[in-house]
Design a protein around this ligand. Structure first.
Ligand code: ATP
Length: 227
């Protein structure tokens, strides 16, 4: 295979996954995602969408088969190495917020990695403005509204400038105005050739952002089309 194609792919190859206390979610499941594209995955609750994203991020490990991101097998990478390349916005934003202020939530991970404080602060200020979080910048993330938490979760993932972004139900609890703000940020990222994997039930969002739309049912792909 051409190595360039491999490098631009997330390759999910014949994976089987069963939760310890649950049924088999995937049985011999394969899928290739082009990281320069925006792919939407949709499907009924419980069909395995979130499980798939967690498998790609290395949070869950397949029982059989393998997953490669940018030409490297995820089982040979640490969670941190995967997170450097792929930004993951959780379905429930409170699960990814851990700092004591909104500003810290944005800057702390990058400061820990040794980035220049001035540059990080500048990037954070841009995010606060973009996601309308300026007024709560000193608040404890735990006390934010659900919509604010979601916007903060997305902003903190973008701070890292990932090459690919997975968004699990990004429009849940955002009003239409804020869906539009998010859409415009995503348009800008697309212009910078950043691809997405978006899990959504929102038809408007799907059509606006999907180059490719995959419909799943019980751990299987039932349709896969390009818009
Ligand atoms: N920790 C877990 N332990 C056992 N079973 C689980 C666990 N998490 C999810 N499941 C089951 O695995 C299946 C797939 O769940 P998953 O959350 O991936 O679906 P989904 O398509 O993302 O659903 P939703 O749209 O509701 O988020 C479901 O039957 C679910 O009940």
């Amino acid at each position: 295979m051409n190595t360039n194609i491999k490098k631009n792919n997330i390759e999910i190859n014949e994976i089987t996954y069963k939760y310890q206390k649950g049924r088999c979610v995937f049985n011999n499941f394969s899928l290739q995602l082009n990281v320069n594209e925006s792919t939407v995955i949709t499907g009924k609750n419980g069909c395995g969408k979130t499980t798939l994203t967690k498998l790609i991020m290395g949070i869950l490990k397949p029982n059989n088969g393998y997953i490669e991101i940018f030409g490297q097998e995820t089982k040979k990478l640490t969670l941190g190495q995967i997170g450097e390349k792929i930004g993951y916005v959780f379905q429930y934003p409170e699960r990814q917020l851990f700092s004591t202020s909104v500003m810290d939530e944005l800057v702390f991970p990058l400061i820990l990695k040794g980035y220049d404080k001035e540059e990080v602060d500048k990037r954070a200020e841009k995010m606060l403005k973009l996601f309308e979080l300026n007024q709560v910048k000193n608040s404890y993330p735990f006390f934010l509204s659900y919509g604010e938490k979601r916007r903060l979760a997305i902003a903190s993932v973008l701070m890292n400038k990932p090459e690919y972004i997975i968004l699990d139900e990004p429009t849940a609890s955002l009003d239409s105005e804020r869906v539009e703000i998010l859409s415009q940020v995503m348009d800008k990222l697309r212009a910078e050739k950043i691809g997405f994997l978006i899990i959504t039930h929102n038809d408007y969002f799907m059509e606006r952002h999907g180059d490719r739309i995959i419909n799943m049912e019980e751990g299987e792909i039932i349709s896969d089309k390009r818009l």
